[in-house]
Design a protein. Structure first.
Length: 252
């Protein structure tokens, strides 16, 4: 009996191993690209799938959105400024068989395409465009990279330039330019304020010239303001026109 059990035990273990290799469980976001004797059979999953042991081979592919960091790239812009630019890419596999058959490693291939495209696009732009028109560059990068990866069944959804590192001398030049721009705006605002004030004074002068009583009231208002601000005695000459107005009222 012991000998009989000893003979069946290897067969049981072999059957268990064959069953384990034949039964696979795929998650909701996974697909299995199945090859039978080297030929593509199709896609299976998610859930429980059965393979023929020793004949079928499976490549597991994730359909979730992947995040890929593009390492910093040395770029010379169109206006001959050397900068370092890095980016991030969000993409996902739409066609699992293409991602396995058409390219040996779609993750590595997408990373290489992203690096070369980033250098090319940023090299065709001026430094000001890279700093101020980043949304446009992002759209151009996404469009070009997506076109390159489409034959692999990969869809590139978003490309974002993360950081632009400038040389120290260029940072100082940009800081001086920004300071000069702020000073220019301050001078323009000050000049506009003086111009508006001059306009208002001219309008007030026209009104006062047509109404002598308004000039007299303004004169009295000025005297009252000076009297409240200074403790010393101040003597002002009184205009004859001012006295004539009061004398005319008293004579009447």
């Amino acid at each position: 009996m012991a000998a009989l059990l000893g003979g069946f035990l290897p067969l049981v273990l072999l059957a268990f191993l064959l069953l384990a290799s034949a039964v696979k469980v795929l998650r909701e976001y996974e697909r299995a690209v199945v090859f039978r004797l080297g030929r593509l059979q199709g896609v299976k999953g998610p859930g429980l799938i059965l393979l023929i042991p020793g004949i079928d081979k499976m490549v597991r592919v994730s359909l979730r959105t992947e995040t890929l960091d593009v390492p910093p790239q040395d770029v010379i812009t169109r206006d001959n400024v050397s900068v370092k630019v890095n980016a991030v890419i969000f993409f996902r596999v739409l066609d699992a068989p293409k991602a396995v058959v058409e390219v040996s490693n779609y993750l590595y291939a997408t990373s290489q395409i992203a690096q070369t495209t980033l250098r090319s696009i940023c090299g065709q732009a001026d430094l000001d465009e890279i700093l101020s028109e980043r949304e446009k560059l992002n759209r151009d990068l996404q469009k070009i990279i997506d076109q390159q990866t489409e034959p692999w069944g990969v869809k590139v959804g978003v490309v974002e330039i993360k950081q632009v590192d400038l040389p120290q001398e260029m940072q100082r030049a940009i800081a001086r330019q920004a300071e000069a721009e702020r000073e220019r705006r301050a001078k323009v605002i000050n000049a506009e304020g003086e111009f508006q004030a001059a306009q208002k004074l001219a309008e007030a002068a026209k009104i006062i010239s047509t109404e002598p009583a308004a000039l007299q009231l303004r004169y009295l208002q000025t005297l009252a303001e000076i009297a409240t601000e200074n403790n010393s005695t101040t003597i002002f000459p009184v205009p004859i026109d001012f006295l004539k107005a009061f004398m005319t009222k008293m004579g009447s």
